[in-house]
Write a protein that binds this ligand. Structure first.
Ligand SMILES: [Zn+2]
Length: 287
């Protein structure tokens, strides 16, 4: 395992002992915790196993628009509009990084944005192209310097997947127009449900890891808190304008009314204690 610096506090995170170890069929997955509170997966250090983002990866995110509820897209669009109410970008050029099959690009085009999307997954981009959406297979870190810069970059569910999260935000800053905006959503490490799953794990001395595996999935490399997300954005040249703690709408996750009602109740407690599963942020480039 190579020695790295924490992308948030830039200190040596100390890798002698993992915080937790969950067992997947392909092997154990070790999660470490830095003194700044950032949790990260060993895949952030050693690289993502080959094939993780293959064809089957998008099976578990298919709920987003395939079930017909559009609840997830509406959730992102609501936050986007709340962020815009506080600040207006100069132009209408928008780049959705990690666009998957292009749902948000389609929404942004309908809302009058000159929107386009990039994703590293050729499978996802193919689906987007079949929908006649302006989506391209590309890596943010390998983007050529654009002739016209973007007014807005969206990073929905992206930061937690990027091994070099700091470089990605620096590139985002470079392809933005001065004063341009980044809208992002990422997972937090402090939801009430995750804390309960963590307590079960520790009380059982690591034997019962099933509940915690719902939160520590192989594709997620970083688990942020509000403070360390704000520090990371500031280090990469962004001023935070708005930070919300939220949850994925239950209707986007389940079809069963019993399950949606149960999760709505849990979300009520998570909202009341500001321990939601998601962090949503808008920030402005300082360049
Ligand atoms: Zn740190």
């Amino acid at each position: 395992m190579k020695i790295v610096r924490c992308p948030v506090c830039l200190r040596d995170p100390g890798l002698s002992r993992p915080d937790v170890v969950v067992r997947y069929p392909q092997g154990p997955l070790r999660i470490f915790k830095c003194s700044c509170g950032l949790r990260f997966s060993e895949y952030a250090l050693n690289g993502i196993p080959p094939g993780l983002y293959g064809h089957s990866y998008y099976d578990h995110v298919r709920y987003r628009d395939q079930e017909g509820s559009n609840a997830y897209l509406a959730h992102l669009a609501d936050f986007f509009n709340r962020g815009l109410a506080a600040t207006t970008p100069e132009g209408r050029k928008l780049l959705d990084v990690g666009c998957a099959t292009g749902d948000f690009v389609a929404w942004a085009l309908r809302a009058g944005w000159e929107a386009e999307g990039i994703d590293i997954s050729s499978d996802a981009v193919e689906i987007g192209k079949r929908r006649n959406l302006p989506v391209t297979q590309a890596d943010l870190l390998a983007l050529p310097d654009p002739l016209v810069r973007y007014d807005v970059i969206t990073l929905w569910d992206v930061l937690e997947h990027l091994p070099d999260v700091q470089s990605a935000l620096l590139v985002a800053n470079k392809v933005l127009r001065p004063g341009g905006l980044v809208f992002l959503k990422t997972v937090s490490s402090f939801s009430l449900l995750e804390r309960m799953a963590r307590a079960i794990y520790h009380l059982s001395i690591g034997v019962v890891d099933g509940p915690l595996k719902r939160f520590l999935v192989p594709g997620h490399l970083y688990y942020f808190g509000q403070k360390n997300l704000e520090t990371l954005l500031a280090n990469c040249g962004f001023d935070l304008l708005r930070l919300e703690n939220s949850d994925t709408p239950s209707r986007a996750l389940f079809r069963s009314r019993v399950m949606t009602a149960a999760f709505d109740l849990i979300y009520f407690f998570q909202r009341a204690t500001r321990t939601g599963y998601e962090l949503l942020a808008v920030c402005r480039s300082r360049q």
